[in-house]
Each structure stands twice: as C-alpha cells, then as structure tokens.
Write a protein that binds this ligand. Structure first.
Ligand code: NAP
Length: 336
C-alpha cells in the first residue's frame, strides 16, 4: 500500500497529540509528517514512531506537497487555513466546528454515514463531529434502522479534556489549590470546575440553549439524514479528566424491548455493551478512557412514553470523540 504525506495542525494540543498517537497505533501509512501549531510552540520537539520531529508555526505555504491535513487548532484557524490547505491539494479532516453545518462538507462517523464521504470533493474538506455527537449517533443509527427514532432527549456529562489541554490544567490546578487552601485559578471555565458541575458548554444562544446543545441536535440530523428529528440536549461539564458520558432517552416509532435493543446495539460496529446491574456493571468514563469503543449500558424501557428507551453512554472524547474518528475518516478516504 502506498504511504501519504500528512500534516497535523494543532499538534501540541489535546486532540492533535492524540492524532499522533492514533496514527502510530493504527500503523497509518505515513511517509512524511509535518507538525504545526501556533508560533508559541515553534521549535518544540515531539516524537513520531521513535523519531524526534520539530513543531513548526503554521503558515499558508506549509501544506504544499502534503496530501492529508488533520486540523485541530480551533474554528477560526480552520476557517483561515482549511481553504489554503485544500487549495494546495490536501484533503482536510477538520475536528473543529467550522464547517460541520456546511452542506458542501460531509460530516462523517465512519460506522454511521461513510456514504456521505464523496461530498468532500466540493471543497476538499471533511468534518468530524463534536465529541458528544459521535457516541450519540453511533447508538441512534442502529436503533433507527430497527424501530425508527421519533425524538431524542440527551443530557451530557462532559470531561474537562473536551475543552483541551487548558481544561485539564484547570481541574488539576484547582484540585491542588483547594486541598492546600490556596486561591484557585480559572483559565478555561467560567466557574470553578473542581468539586463542581457546570451546566454550560460553549456560548449561550438567544433562546437560552448553548451552542454545544445546538451542535448535538444539528449534527445528529445531518449525519443521520433526519433533518426533522427532534433532539433536546442539555450539555454539562463535570470534573472528570477524560471520557464523556450521556444519559439518553429515545422515543421510537415502533416497540422495541430493552433486550431487543441490547441485541441490536451489540451487533453495531464500534459499540461495547456493559449492562449487568446484578454485578454493578455499567459504562463509566474511568473505564472507557484510552479505549476505542463507545460503551453502552443501563438499557431499559421507559414506561412514561410509548416505545421509550433509556440508556447511558461513555466514550473517550479525545479518541473516538476526536482523534480516532478523524484517523478512521482518513482510512476511509485512502481506502476509496
Ligand atoms: N478536546 C476534545 O475532546 C475535542 C473533541 C472534538 C473536537 N475538538 C476540537 O478540536 C480543536 C482542538 O481542541 P483541543 O482540545 O486539542 O485544544 P487545545 O488542547 O487547546 O489545543 C489547541 C491546539 O491548537 C493550536 N493553536 C491554537 N491557536 C492557534 C493558532 N492561532 N494557529 C495555529 N495553531 C493554533 C495550539 O497550539 P499552541 O500549543 O502553539 O498554542 C494547540 O496545538 C478545537 O476546535 C476543539 O473544539 C476537541
């Protein structure tokens, strides 16, 4: 198989560093790797397959001669550089929200909607969904095929690494400061996150919801080809380092028992069922961190609505929620 010249923009961040690890772990065919970040990181040395690689400051010419560009440096950086990278001949795999709602950019979860990929030819850009959308659509797709999805209500419990390296520094620093009686520092979150829960992710919209909640609804509709699907989301930050959890309530068109739902989900790619209340076995972020699957448990019927189901999901937001999904998109792309 031939190898590819790959660029990672945002290589020093939480997602970019994980992209480097996932490329190594999955033995992605890389012939040349360029690591880009802001001028703050220029000259830093990272490792790829045991060899040191310098980080360079991003510049418009940095993409010439490369074929695949992973973008994980924030939405405004993607808006500025993705067209330049695509113009230089790269396919851009963008982890930010910049292009997710663009009809000329496919929004891909390889297990769910690989058939959308050819749309990338319009702009040379492929978007990877939000870290809380990915596990949700991975369970919605097989359930929709089995019994039709009518409405979804989801509440998230999102880890601090979802806000990047700065989010993890906030939790670690504040925990230490509180233990030692020092004043806390807030870099990333509006409020103290250590020993707290914050019902606010991304900015507020005019209707009182947040952009993160709107992203979950809009992205799920686009990925599932269900433009009218009612999705009600509440997104919450919790003091967990890695691993997003979600409580999901689904109203189906047709009856599906909890047992039949578990059966359907156990056959779906990328899901692992952990659901044995007699052993207190259910998904927890501490177990899913560092793994590639979306964990599903607490599957039960909801008698308060017709054909209702409740379940609980956990997923490593840096891997399947971000870096792994992006590398799987690249694998899908090179496999074509
Ligand atoms: N964390 C997650 O779970 C997750 C999941 C899905 C999607 N995402 C998205 O992925 C993107 C990156 O998130 P992250 O969590 O990895 O953030 P992060 O840890 O804060 O890392 C940000 C990266 O972007 C670079 N960067 C920042 N400003 C830049 C600029 N002006 N020019 C070039 N590079 C710049 C930083 O470089 P320096 O080190 O030089 O500052 C760093 O490498 C965000 O858009 C985020 O929404 C994150």
């Amino acid at each position: 198989m031939r190898s590819f010249k790959v660029v990672i923009l945002g290589a020093t961040g939480a997602v970019g560093a994980e992209v480097v690890r996932v490329l190594e772990q999955r033995d992605f065919p890389v012939s040349d790797l360029r690591l880009l970040a802001s001028p703050r990181s220029a000259g830093r040395i990272l490792n790829f397959r045991g060899s040191p690689l310098p980080v360079e400051a991003v510049r418009p010419e940095a993409f010439a001669g490369f074929e695949i560009a992973f973008f994980a440096a924030g939405g405004s950086v993607s808006l500025e550089y993705a067209p330049k990278a695509a113009g230089a001949g790269c396919v851009v795999i963008d982890k930010t929200s910049a292009y997710r709602e663009d009809p000329d950019v496919p929004l891909i979860v390889p297990e769910v909607n690989p058939h959308h990929l050819p749309v990338y030819r319009m702009k040379g850009i492929i978007s990877s969904p939000n870290c809380s959308t990915i596990p949700l659509v991975m369970v919605l797709k097989p359930l929709h095929e089995a019994a039709g999805i009518k409405r979804v209500v989801v509440s998230t419990y999102q880890s601090v690494s979802g806000a990047g390296a700065g989010g993890m520094q906030d939790l670690e620093g504040q925990t230490g400061a509180i233990r030692e009686g020092r004043p806390i520092q807030k870099r990333k979150f509006t409020h103290q996150i250590a020993f707290n829960v914050i019902p606010h992710i991304d900015s507020f919209l005019a209707d009182g919801s947040t952009k993160e909640e709107a992203k979950m609804a809009n992205e799920s509709r686009k990925i599932l080809d269900l433009p009218g699907l009612p999705v009600s989301a509440t997104t919450v930050r919790v003091p967990v380092f890695v691993g997003h959890s979600e409580s999901v309530n689904i109203e189906l068109e047709r009856p599906l028992t909890a047992g039949a739902a578990r059966e359907v989900l156990s056959r779906a790619p990328g899901l692992r069922i952990i659901d044995d209340p007699s052993r207190a076995a259910y998904p927890m972020p501490i177990d899913c961190a560092g793994t590639d699957e979306t964990f599903v448990g607490r599957v039960r019927e909801d008698p308060s609505v017709a054909h209702g189901l409740n379940m609980w999901l956990c997923c490593d937001n840096l891997r399947k929620g971000a870096a792994l999904n992006a590398v799987q998109i690249a694998e899908l792309f090179i496999g074509q």
